[in-house]
Design a binder for this molecule. Structure first.
Ligand code: PRT
Ligand code: ZN
Length: 300
Protein backbone atom coordinates (compact mmCIF):
# COMPACT_ATOMS: atom_id res chain seq x y z
CA UNK A 1 0.00 0.00 0.00
CA UNK A 2 1.31 3.46 -0.85
CA UNK A 3 2.04 5.91 1.91
CA UNK A 4 -0.72 8.15 0.60
CA UNK A 5 -3.53 5.68 1.20
CA UNK A 6 -2.16 4.80 4.61
CA UNK A 7 -2.62 8.37 5.80
CA UNK A 8 -5.71 9.17 7.83
CA UNK A 9 -7.87 12.03 6.67
CA UNK A 10 -9.90 14.00 9.16
CA UNK A 11 -12.48 16.53 7.93
CA UNK A 12 -13.15 19.56 10.10
CA UNK A 13 -14.89 22.89 9.59
CA UNK A 14 -12.76 25.34 7.60
CA UNK A 15 -13.99 28.53 9.15
CA UNK A 16 -16.74 28.78 11.70
CA UNK A 17 -17.76 28.11 15.26
CA UNK A 18 -16.13 24.67 15.48
CA UNK A 19 -12.85 25.42 13.70
CA UNK A 20 -10.68 26.69 16.50
CA UNK A 21 -11.66 24.03 19.00
CA UNK A 22 -11.36 21.20 16.46
CA UNK A 23 -7.83 22.29 15.50
CA UNK A 24 -6.99 22.72 19.17
CA UNK A 25 -8.24 19.20 19.91
CA UNK A 26 -6.05 17.71 17.16
CA UNK A 27 -3.06 19.69 18.40
CA UNK A 28 -3.63 18.47 21.94
CA UNK A 29 -3.62 14.94 20.50
CA UNK A 30 -0.05 15.68 19.45
CA UNK A 31 -0.62 16.61 15.80
CA UNK A 32 1.75 19.16 14.28
CA UNK A 33 0.75 20.31 10.82
CA UNK A 34 1.57 22.67 7.99
CA UNK A 35 -1.19 24.17 5.87
CA UNK A 36 -1.12 23.59 2.11
CA UNK A 37 -1.00 26.58 -0.26
CA UNK A 38 -4.77 26.48 -0.81
CA UNK A 39 -5.46 26.28 2.96
CA UNK A 40 -7.75 23.33 2.29
CA UNK A 41 -5.48 20.66 3.70
CA UNK A 42 -3.27 20.70 6.75
CA UNK A 43 -0.57 18.04 6.39
CA UNK A 44 0.41 16.20 9.56
CA UNK A 45 4.17 16.41 10.08
CA UNK A 46 4.64 14.00 12.93
CA UNK A 47 1.67 11.63 12.48
CA UNK A 48 0.15 10.04 9.33
CA UNK A 49 -2.88 12.29 9.74
CA UNK A 50 -3.99 15.02 7.33
CA UNK A 51 -6.79 17.47 8.05
CA UNK A 52 -9.25 18.56 5.35
CA UNK A 53 -10.74 21.99 5.99
CA UNK A 54 -14.23 22.15 4.49
CA UNK A 55 -17.73 23.53 5.05
CA UNK A 56 -19.38 21.73 7.93
CA UNK A 57 -22.29 20.66 5.69
CA UNK A 58 -19.87 18.62 3.55
CA UNK A 59 -18.31 16.68 6.42
CA UNK A 60 -20.92 13.88 6.83
CA UNK A 61 -20.87 13.18 3.06
CA UNK A 62 -17.07 13.05 2.94
CA UNK A 63 -17.06 10.49 5.75
CA UNK A 64 -19.92 8.48 4.23
CA UNK A 65 -18.11 8.32 0.91
CA UNK A 66 -14.89 7.29 2.67
CA UNK A 67 -13.04 10.30 1.26
CA UNK A 68 -12.25 11.00 4.91
CA UNK A 69 -11.81 8.39 7.62
CA UNK A 70 -12.96 10.70 10.40
CA UNK A 71 -14.90 13.95 10.62
CA UNK A 72 -15.83 16.44 13.31
CA UNK A 73 -19.15 18.28 12.97
CA UNK A 74 -22.14 19.36 15.04
CA UNK A 75 -24.65 16.61 15.81
CA UNK A 76 -27.30 18.89 14.23
CA UNK A 77 -25.61 18.68 10.82
CA UNK A 78 -24.68 15.04 11.29
CA UNK A 79 -28.22 13.96 12.18
CA UNK A 80 -29.76 16.04 9.39
CA UNK A 81 -27.48 14.44 6.81
CA UNK A 82 -27.88 10.97 8.31
CA UNK A 83 -31.67 11.14 7.94
CA UNK A 84 -31.30 12.57 4.43
CA UNK A 85 -28.89 9.78 3.36
CA UNK A 86 -31.16 7.14 4.93
CA UNK A 87 -34.03 8.41 2.78
CA UNK A 88 -31.86 7.72 -0.29
CA UNK A 89 -30.48 4.39 0.87
CA UNK A 90 -31.40 2.46 4.03
CA UNK A 91 -27.87 1.83 5.33
CA UNK A 92 -26.18 3.75 8.13
CA UNK A 93 -23.91 6.23 6.30
CA UNK A 94 -21.30 6.54 9.07
CA UNK A 95 -20.71 5.81 12.73
CA UNK A 96 -20.96 8.51 15.40
CA UNK A 97 -18.21 7.40 17.75
CA UNK A 98 -17.59 10.20 20.26
CA UNK A 99 -19.37 13.27 21.58
CA UNK A 100 -16.99 16.16 22.28
CA UNK A 101 -17.14 18.92 24.89
CA UNK A 102 -17.71 21.92 22.64
CA UNK A 103 -20.22 23.29 20.11
CA UNK A 104 -23.14 22.86 22.52
CA UNK A 105 -26.46 24.19 21.28
CA UNK A 106 -30.05 22.97 20.88
CA UNK A 107 -32.38 22.67 17.93
CA UNK A 108 -35.64 24.13 19.15
CA UNK A 109 -38.98 25.40 17.93
CA UNK A 110 -39.73 29.09 18.37
CA UNK A 111 -43.01 30.94 18.04
CA UNK A 112 -43.56 34.63 17.25
CA UNK A 113 -44.36 36.79 20.27
CA UNK A 114 -48.09 37.39 20.40
CA UNK A 115 -48.89 34.40 18.17
CA UNK A 116 -51.55 31.95 19.38
CA UNK A 117 -49.05 29.13 18.72
CA UNK A 118 -47.64 27.90 22.03
CA UNK A 119 -46.57 24.28 21.62
CA UNK A 120 -45.77 21.74 18.94
CA UNK A 121 -49.34 20.47 19.07
CA UNK A 122 -50.49 23.87 17.74
CA UNK A 123 -48.35 23.43 14.60
CA UNK A 124 -50.78 21.10 12.79
CA UNK A 125 -51.43 22.50 9.33
CA UNK A 126 -48.93 25.36 9.88
CA UNK A 127 -45.66 26.31 8.15
CA UNK A 128 -42.34 25.80 9.94
CA UNK A 129 -39.17 27.42 8.60
CA UNK A 130 -35.93 25.52 9.24
CA UNK A 131 -32.50 24.62 7.87
CA UNK A 132 -33.05 21.12 9.26
CA UNK A 133 -35.95 19.77 7.16
CA UNK A 134 -35.15 16.07 7.64
CA UNK A 135 -34.90 16.32 11.44
CA UNK A 136 -38.08 18.40 11.66
CA UNK A 137 -40.05 16.09 9.34
CA UNK A 138 -38.85 13.06 11.27
CA UNK A 139 -39.92 14.71 14.53
CA UNK A 140 -43.36 15.67 13.17
CA UNK A 141 -43.85 12.14 11.88
CA UNK A 142 -43.08 10.69 15.26
CA UNK A 143 -45.50 13.16 16.88
CA UNK A 144 -48.15 12.23 14.32
CA UNK A 145 -48.39 15.85 13.24
CA UNK A 146 -48.86 17.13 9.75
CA UNK A 147 -47.31 20.53 8.99
CA UNK A 148 -45.49 22.16 6.09
CA UNK A 149 -41.72 22.39 6.38
CA UNK A 150 -40.29 25.44 4.59
CA UNK A 151 -36.57 25.06 3.97
CA UNK A 152 -34.33 28.07 4.64
CA UNK A 153 -30.57 27.89 4.21
CA UNK A 154 -29.95 30.75 6.64
CA UNK A 155 -31.59 33.63 8.52
CA UNK A 156 -34.41 31.31 9.57
CA UNK A 157 -35.34 33.67 12.38
CA UNK A 158 -36.69 36.29 10.00
CA UNK A 159 -39.07 33.87 8.21
CA UNK A 160 -42.11 34.64 10.40
CA UNK A 161 -41.74 38.43 10.04
CA UNK A 162 -41.42 37.96 6.27
CA UNK A 163 -44.71 36.10 6.34
CA UNK A 164 -43.00 32.91 5.09
CA UNK A 165 -43.71 30.75 8.14
CA UNK A 166 -45.80 30.54 11.32
CA UNK A 167 -42.97 29.21 13.46
CA UNK A 168 -39.33 28.22 13.12
CA UNK A 169 -37.06 25.41 14.23
CA UNK A 170 -33.47 26.57 14.58
CA UNK A 171 -30.30 26.31 16.64
CA UNK A 172 -30.25 28.23 19.88
CA UNK A 173 -27.43 28.76 22.32
CA UNK A 174 -27.96 31.88 24.44
CA UNK A 175 -31.42 32.64 23.04
CA UNK A 176 -30.44 36.25 22.23
CA UNK A 177 -31.16 35.83 18.50
CA UNK A 178 -34.69 34.65 19.25
CA UNK A 179 -35.33 37.56 21.59
CA UNK A 180 -33.94 40.06 19.07
CA UNK A 181 -36.36 38.66 16.48
CA UNK A 182 -39.35 38.65 18.84
CA UNK A 183 -39.56 34.88 19.01
CA UNK A 184 -40.36 32.72 22.04
CA UNK A 185 -38.40 29.50 22.49
CA UNK A 186 -40.41 26.27 22.57
CA UNK A 187 -39.59 22.55 22.62
CA UNK A 188 -36.07 21.32 22.02
CA UNK A 189 -35.95 18.47 19.51
CA UNK A 190 -32.20 17.85 19.51
CA UNK A 191 -29.43 18.59 22.03
CA UNK A 192 -26.33 19.12 19.93
CA UNK A 193 -22.55 19.30 20.36
CA UNK A 194 -19.55 18.51 18.19
CA UNK A 195 -19.16 14.78 17.51
CA UNK A 196 -16.60 12.56 15.79
CA UNK A 197 -17.79 10.50 12.84
CA UNK A 198 -16.05 7.49 11.40
CA UNK A 199 -16.33 5.97 7.96
CA UNK A 200 -18.57 2.89 7.75
CA UNK A 201 -15.89 1.21 5.63
CA UNK A 202 -13.45 -1.26 7.18
CA UNK A 203 -9.98 0.29 7.22
CA UNK A 204 -6.67 -1.55 6.71
CA UNK A 205 -4.87 -2.56 9.94
CA UNK A 206 -2.08 0.06 9.81
CA UNK A 207 -4.67 2.79 9.41
CA UNK A 208 -6.94 1.30 12.06
CA UNK A 209 -4.01 1.34 14.45
CA UNK A 210 -3.45 5.09 14.04
CA UNK A 211 -7.19 5.82 14.18
CA UNK A 212 -7.35 3.97 17.50
CA UNK A 213 -4.33 5.84 18.82
CA UNK A 214 -5.86 9.14 17.81
CA UNK A 215 -9.20 8.28 19.43
CA UNK A 216 -7.47 7.14 22.60
CA UNK A 217 -5.66 10.48 22.72
CA UNK A 218 -8.99 12.30 22.20
CA UNK A 219 -10.28 10.33 25.19
CA UNK A 220 -7.27 11.49 27.18
CA UNK A 221 -7.71 15.13 26.16
CA UNK A 222 -11.39 15.04 27.17
CA UNK A 223 -10.55 13.54 30.57
CA UNK A 224 -7.73 15.99 31.19
CA UNK A 225 -9.97 18.98 30.57
CA UNK A 226 -12.12 17.97 33.53
CA UNK A 227 -9.40 16.48 35.71
CA UNK A 228 -7.42 18.04 38.51
CA UNK A 229 -4.54 16.78 40.62
CA UNK A 230 -5.12 17.49 44.30
CA UNK A 231 -2.47 17.44 47.01
CA UNK A 232 -3.03 18.01 50.72
CA UNK A 233 -1.97 17.10 54.21
CA UNK A 234 -4.55 15.12 56.15
CA UNK A 235 -4.88 13.78 59.68
CA UNK A 236 -4.66 9.98 59.50
CA UNK A 237 -7.82 9.77 61.59
CA UNK A 238 -9.80 11.77 58.96
CA UNK A 239 -8.60 9.86 55.86
CA UNK A 240 -11.83 7.97 55.20
CA UNK A 241 -13.91 11.12 55.55
CA UNK A 242 -11.58 13.09 53.27
CA UNK A 243 -11.49 10.36 50.61
CA UNK A 244 -15.29 10.38 50.52
CA UNK A 245 -15.29 14.11 49.75
CA UNK A 246 -13.08 13.87 46.67
CA UNK A 247 -15.17 14.13 43.49
CA UNK A 248 -14.74 11.40 40.86
CA UNK A 249 -11.43 10.21 42.25
CA UNK A 250 -9.55 6.93 42.23
CA UNK A 251 -7.89 5.48 45.32
CA UNK A 252 -5.68 8.27 46.70
CA UNK A 253 -1.93 7.91 47.13
CA UNK A 254 -1.14 8.27 50.83
CA UNK A 255 2.46 9.18 51.75
CA UNK A 256 4.16 9.53 55.12
CA UNK A 257 5.27 12.98 56.26
CA UNK A 258 8.69 13.28 57.81
CA UNK A 259 8.52 13.56 61.58
CA UNK A 260 4.70 13.38 61.78
CA UNK A 261 2.80 10.33 62.96
CA UNK A 262 -0.59 11.98 62.97
CA UNK A 263 -0.45 13.52 59.44
CA UNK A 264 -0.04 12.08 55.94
CA UNK A 265 0.22 13.60 52.46
CA UNK A 266 -2.67 12.70 50.13
CA UNK A 267 -2.33 12.94 46.33
CA UNK A 268 -5.26 12.16 44.06
CA UNK A 269 -6.51 12.70 40.50
CA UNK A 270 -10.12 13.91 40.40
CA UNK A 271 -11.90 13.32 37.11
CA UNK A 272 -14.29 16.17 37.75
CA UNK A 273 -13.83 19.85 38.26
CA UNK A 274 -12.91 20.80 41.81
CA UNK A 275 -14.92 23.69 43.16
CA UNK A 276 -14.22 25.98 46.11
CA UNK A 277 -17.01 24.25 48.04
CA UNK A 278 -15.14 20.93 47.82
CA UNK A 279 -11.94 22.55 49.11
CA UNK A 280 -13.84 24.16 51.96
CA UNK A 281 -15.38 20.80 52.93
CA UNK A 282 -11.93 19.16 52.80
CA UNK A 283 -10.54 21.88 55.05
CA UNK A 284 -13.44 21.47 57.46
CA UNK A 285 -12.65 17.73 57.57
CA UNK A 286 -9.11 18.51 58.71
CA UNK A 287 -7.12 18.80 55.47
CA UNK A 288 -4.43 21.48 55.27
CA UNK A 289 -1.95 22.75 52.62
CA UNK A 290 -4.48 22.09 49.86
CA UNK A 291 -3.15 22.41 46.33
CA UNK A 292 -5.13 21.88 43.08
CA UNK A 293 -3.13 21.50 39.87
CA UNK A 294 -4.22 21.15 36.24
CA UNK A 295 -3.41 17.84 34.54
CA UNK A 296 -1.34 18.09 31.38
CA UNK A 297 -1.72 14.63 29.81
CA UNK A 298 -3.41 11.38 30.78
CA UNK A 299 -3.34 7.89 29.31
CA UNK A 300 -5.55 5.32 30.96
O1 PRT B 1 -19.49 27.81 6.58
P1 PRT B 1 -20.06 26.62 7.24
O2 PRT B 1 -21.22 26.01 6.52
O3 PRT B 1 -18.97 25.63 7.59
O4 PRT B 1 -20.57 27.13 8.67
P2 PRT B 1 -22.04 27.41 9.23
O5 PRT B 1 -22.30 28.87 9.09
O6 PRT B 1 -23.03 26.45 8.67
O7 PRT B 1 -21.89 27.00 10.75
P3 PRT B 1 -21.41 27.81 12.05
O8 PRT B 1 -19.94 28.05 12.02
O9 PRT B 1 -22.31 28.97 12.32
O10 PRT B 1 -21.76 26.71 13.16
C1 PRT B 1 -21.11 25.48 13.19
C2 PRT B 1 -21.76 24.61 14.25
O11 PRT B 1 -21.65 25.24 15.53
C3 PRT B 1 -23.24 24.37 14.11
O12 PRT B 1 -23.55 23.37 13.14
C4 PRT B 1 -23.61 23.92 15.52
O13 PRT B 1 -23.31 22.55 15.68
C5 PRT B 1 -22.65 24.72 16.39
N1 PRT B 1 -23.31 25.84 17.09
C6 PRT B 1 -23.26 26.08 18.42
C7 PRT B 1 -24.07 26.82 16.55
C8 PRT B 1 -24.50 27.65 17.58
N2 PRT B 1 -23.97 27.17 18.73
C9 PRT B 1 -25.33 28.79 17.31
N3 PRT B 1 -25.71 29.52 18.22
N4 PRT B 1 -24.44 27.10 15.28
C10 PRT B 1 -25.19 28.18 15.01
N5 PRT B 1 -25.66 29.03 15.97
C11 PRT B 1 -26.49 30.18 15.49
C12 PRT B 1 -27.96 29.83 15.31
O14 PRT B 1 -28.19 29.27 14.03
C13 PRT B 1 -28.63 31.18 15.46
O15 PRT B 1 -28.57 31.93 14.27
O16 PRT B 1 -26.46 31.25 16.38
C14 PRT B 1 -27.73 31.85 16.47
C15 PRT B 1 -28.32 31.62 17.83
O17 PRT B 1 -27.42 31.92 18.84
P4 PRT B 1 -27.94 32.58 20.19
O18 PRT B 1 -26.74 32.58 21.08
O19 PRT B 1 -28.39 33.98 19.86
O20 PRT B 1 -29.05 31.71 20.74
ZN1 ZN C 1 -22.80 25.06 7.33
Amino acid sequence: MSDKTARIKVAIQKSGRLTEQSLDLLQRCGLKYTKGPDQLIAFGENMPVDVLLVRDDDIPGLVRDDVCDLGIAGLNIVEEKRLHFLEQEPVEPFRIIRALDYGQCRLAFAYPDGSPLRTVADLAGRRIATSYPSIVRDYLRRQNLSATVVEFSGAVEIAPSLGRADAICDLVSTGATLVANKLREGETILESRAVILQTPVEVPPEKADWINRLLQRVEGVMQVRESKYIMMHAPKAALAKIAALLPGSEAPTVLPLDGRDDLVAVHVVCRENVFWETLESLKAAGATSLLVLPVEKMLA
